[in-house]
Design a protein around this ligand. Structure first.
Ligand SMILES: NC(=O)c1ccc[n+]([C@@H]2O[C@H](COP(=O)([O-])OP(=O)(O)OC[C@H]3O[C@@H](n4cnc5c(N)ncnc54)[C@H](OP(=O)(O)O)[C@@H]3O)[C@@H](O)[C@H]2O)c1
Length: 333
């Protein structure tokens, strides 16, 4: 898989990047460690060299599993992780209360104070079993701290060689501009899928103009765009997907009708729906990476296969025309 440069950084990343949220178990109804490790090993075998994780994914579990899987071959992967979502203190902005994998209630805060970011980096390095992070990102903006403060902390970490590139996630355009003034900002990680395209309004044009990378997260809309999630799908306890807008019954039905419409194109290409969806994502202007989650080796191999699915202008246009018709039918608040 040919790697893409990430923004103005020196980092090269695999356009299909493995998202390690689900392997943390939390909000996904648990996960199987041995499947997760095999999935991470399969990534390398199939050209996915970049892995995105975060401390909050399973309250350290995802980073620990990634650390275990990359042991002995650290230099073959690009490791991306995040800071700024805290569950060990109550500084910053209260975000939400959740239940962890052991059934314990946790209050989560967005906090990006300088010392907290520096300390979090040490924790992540330890869990990942490495002495550098390729891309370090602020997970969510913290309204109690200036945008510049965590970027200055990132500059210190860059100077120390503990991180190789600085990024953000879930930042608005104005927040990105401020961050970019304080550090060489490599990327913003944002929700983007066939049914979630808000960033095309302002962030994508700015990123194209300013050579800033975009990591499109949840491109399969958390599994829905694989075509496997129909209205009668049963989810494991603790899986939060049914509570999200796209998974409301009416939306599920309409999205599946749209998927039925594009299925023949996938078949014509000898591709699966998931592969077609990922290939479409990578064809969209400004998208550097399709950040796709997977729970096991089979899903990784299928998703990696999307790198060889080629879509012509007219095929992309046909899909976009169908999406334009679908959009007003969906009830997304
Ligand atoms: N920065 C942020 O705030 C943020 C937020 C969300 C996500 N992210 C990042 O983006 C990554 C990807 O997003 P995501 O995990 O939310 O959603 P996604 O990539 O749209 O969907 C991933 C899920 O879909 C299912 N799946 C994946 N490949 C499949 C295949 N080939 N066939 C059938 N099912 C398949 C798996 O779940 P099941 O098998 O359980 O169905 C998998 O966990 C995350 O892991 C994380 O790294 C970041």
């Amino acid at each position: 898989m040919k790697k893409n440069p990430l923004g103005k950084s020196k980092l090269l990343v695999s356009p299909i990047t493995f998202g390690a949220w689900a392997i943390g178990g939390w909000m996904w109804g648990g996960s199987e460690k041995k499947d997760s490790i095999r999935a991470l090993h399969a990534c390398l075998d199939h050209g996915i060299t970049s892995i995105d994780t975060a401390p909050i994914y399973g309250f350290g579990q995802s980073e620990q599993i990634v650390g275990e899987a990359i042991k002995g071959k650290r230099d073959q992967y690009e490791i991306m992780t995040k800071a700024g979502m805290r569950w060990k203190n109550t500084l910053g902005e209260y975000f939400f209360t959740t239940t962890d994998n052991d059934g314990k209630q946790r209050e989560v805060y967005n906090y990006s104070g300088r010392d907290s970011i520096i300390a979090e980096c040490e924790d992540s390095l330890r869990r990942l079993g490495t002495d550098y992070i390729d891309l370090y990102q602020i997970h969510y903006p913290d309204i109690t701290t200036s945008i510049e403060e965590p970027m200055e902390a990132f500059q210190t970490l860059l100077d120390q060689g503990k991180i190789r590139a600085a990024g953000v996630s879930n930042y608005s355009l104005d927040q990105m501009k401020l961050a970019d003034g304080a550090v060489l900002l490599s990327s913003n990680q944002l929700p983007y899928s066939m049914v979630r395209r808000e960033i095309e309004e302002d962030i994508v044009p700015w990123c194209l103009e300013n050579s800033c990378g975009i990591l499109a997260y949840s491109p399969l809309q958390r599994g829905l765009l694989t075509g496997k999630i129909t209205a009668d799908h049963s989810f494991a306890p603790g899986d939060t997907r049914p509570d999200t807008p796209h998974y409301k019954r009416d939306n599920l039905v309409k999205i599946n009708q749209f998927l039925d419409d594009i299925r023949p194109l996938a078949e014509e290409k000898g591709a699966t729906l998931s592969q077609l969806v990922i290939a479409w994502t990578l064809r969209q202007p400004g998208i550097t990476v399709a950040l796709v989650g997977a729970r096991n080796e089979t899903q990784v191999i299928e998703n990696a296969g999307a790198a060889s699915v080629e879509l012509s202008e007219s095929e992309v246009g046909m899909i976009n025309a169908k999406l334009e018709t679908l959009k007003p039918k969906l009830e997304i608040e």
